[in-house]
Ligand binder design. Structure first.
Ligand code: KIV
Length: 286
């Protein structure tokens, strides 16, 4: 397997090969995802929900992203690592965006940053790409705007909204984005956008017509509490398997069947006579 780069990913698009992306937030999972040959890993601010238990991504800070991102980068040999820019780390100005993106790349070793918004964040995208940092944009349903949307809802429904999503895609491409996430966009619109742009489109809830797909890894492993969104496919019931394993451990500890002799360092034990003398010595001291 070779290291994925912006160049190899663009070549994949040109050859019509699909690009795989998963979210990831820790070293162990990153190693497994990387070993599976996933092309790109997103350290998403969805970690606010999946790792920290918040209802939205809004509370996540830049410092927190850096801690999670460093661990992921250490686990990825070949996957291209993208760091999400958390809420209010880039919205204020192009300068703020550049400084935040610089920290994310410098302090984690990741390969690119992602930020949410279309035409409204083009100045930010220009500033970051001018500094040599690849940018993945994110349009359609952008979770950091959940309060403005009034919930996590499909975007681009109806002619006016569809035109706005396409215009956003063209705007972020013009500003320098090499990749765009299309979230919760109707499939025919997502396919049209993919045809109209040179940058890579990664869909989540946007149908099969995108250049690639991303999912939150806990969703595709059945690890989320409560229902996953309609666009999620559970590829393996790992959440259930984990609960069963935890429960088997609980029973084994409580029944005394764990640890068994093979789980101990019995061969390194002291001779029985010495332990008996220790026992006596210490009970005499009481
Ligand atoms: O934060 C995230 O995980 C994301 C993906 C869902 C695209 O933005």
């Amino acid at each position: 397997m070779t290291k994925n780069t912006t160049a190899t990913l663009v070549e994949m698009k040109l050859r019509g090969e699909k690009i795989s992306q998963l979210t990831c937030y820790d070293y162990t999972t990153a190693r497994l995802v990387d070993a599976a040959g996933i092309n790109t890993v997103l350290v998403g601010d969805s970690l606010g929900m999946t790792m920290q238990g918040y209802d939205t991504t809004l509370p996540v800070t830049l410092d927190e992203m850096i801690i999670y991102g460093r661990s992921v980068v250490r686990g990825c040999k070949n996957a291209f690592v993208i760091m999400d820019m958390p809420f209010m780390s880039y919205q204020a100005s192009a300068e703020q965006a550049l400084l935040s993106a610089g920290r994310l790349i410098k302090e984690t070793g990741a390969n690119a940053v992602k930020l949410e918004g279309g035409a409204a964040v083009c100045e930010q995208i220009k500033a970051i790409t001018n500094a040599g940092i690849p940018v993945c944009a994110h349009i359609g349903m952008t979770p950091q705007s959940v309060n403005a949307f009034g919930g996590f809802k499909v975007q681009g429904k109806g002619e006016e909204n569809a035109r706005r999503v396409l215009d956003d895609a063209l705007a972020v491409q013009e500003a320098g984005a090499f990749m765009v996430v299309l979230e919760c966009v109707p499939p025919k619109l997502a396919a049209l956008i993919t045809k109209k742009v040179k940058m890579i489109t990664i869909g989540i809830g946007a149908g099969a017509g995108c250049d690639g797909q991303v999912l939150v890894y806990q969703d595709m492993l059945g690890m989320t509490d409560g229902g996953a969104p309609k666009f999620v496919k559970c590829f393996s019931e790992i959440g259930k398997a984990m609960t069963e394993a935890f429960s088997a451990y609980d029973k084994a500890v409580k029944s005394g069947s764990f640890p068994a002799e093979e789980n101990t360092y019995a061969k390194s034990d002291c001779p029985e006579e010495f332990l008996a003398s220790l026992d006596k010595e210490y009970s005499d001291e009481e």
